[in-house]
Write a protein that binds this ligand. Structure first.
Ligand SMILES: [Zn+2]
Length: 226
């Protein structure tokens, strides 16, 4: 079964490469230029990264199917279910531009944690573009689990995808960490948030395990890039 999951993720990663690879080389060459002016170029990068993210969601759903995790499939629908009644929203912005210290080094925030009618994940563009494809994939699955399944971290289990700091470096690690998390979820071994709780993982180790109340984000505005 793990082998099959590995193959599914491999297929998805090939699709992601096709949509994303053209954006990363210009980014590395012109990153300073891109961030100092509004540009179509940035919009194109975001567009391609968003297509990659959709493949990641589908990849995760396929793994949930293979591991017979019906609950995950219900809580994380396909993009086709993106309607007024159910909002599926990945927003790619410049989180670090915000002066608040709690956002330094933040890659993503699962803003929809404990909200059942939407999946809302915001992603910091600068930190995101520095991740490998495996790290991006694991970030999306990890945030989806916070957001849609309301899962907390597994601080004492670095082999699970819900560990706050351990990141897969290879496709095999990504597969094993995801399958382990899915199995743990299926057997009810993972803890869930209380109402209005969420994580803001910034670059301090301590903050990665700290729970905030949603109200912390009430007065903060994030500038959209596109
Ligand atoms: Zn987390």
């Amino acid at each position: 079964m793990v082998q099959l999951c590995y193959l599914i993720l491999k297929i998805m990663i090939n699709k992601i490469y096709k949509s994303v690879k053209l954006s990363i080389i210009p980014y590395l060459l012109f990153s300073n230029l891109i961030f100092t002016q509004e540009s179509n170029f940035m919009e194109k990068i975001i567009e391609r990264e968003t297509i990659g993210i959709r493949h990641m969601v589908e990849g995760f759903r396929e793994l949930a199917t293979l591991t017979n995790n019906i609950d995950v499939l219900e809580k994380i629908p396909t993009y086709k279910s993106n309607t007024d009644n159910y909002k599926f929203d990945f927003t790619i912005i410049d989180i670090e531009e915000n002066d608040e210290n709690i956002f330094r080094g933040t890659i993503a925030i699962a803003l929809g944690s404990t909200l059942d009618d939407k999946i809302h994940i915001i992603i910091d563009i600068k930190n995101w573009l520095q991740l490998s494809v495996y790290e991006k994939f694991s970030t999306i699955i990890h945030e989806l689990c916070h957001d849609a399944l309301n899962l907390k971290h597994t601080d004492d289990d670095p082999r699970s995808l819900m560990h706050p700091t351990s990141q897969p470096k290879t496709l095999e690690e990504l597969t094993r960490m995801t399958v382990r998390m899915l199995e743990n979820y299926k057997f009810g071994l993972l803890k869930e948030f209380d109402k209005n709780e969420l994580y803001i993982h910034s670059n301090s180790i301590e903050s990665k395990t700290k729970i905030y109340n949603r109200s912390k984000l009430n007065n903060i505005s994030f500038r959209k890039i596109n």
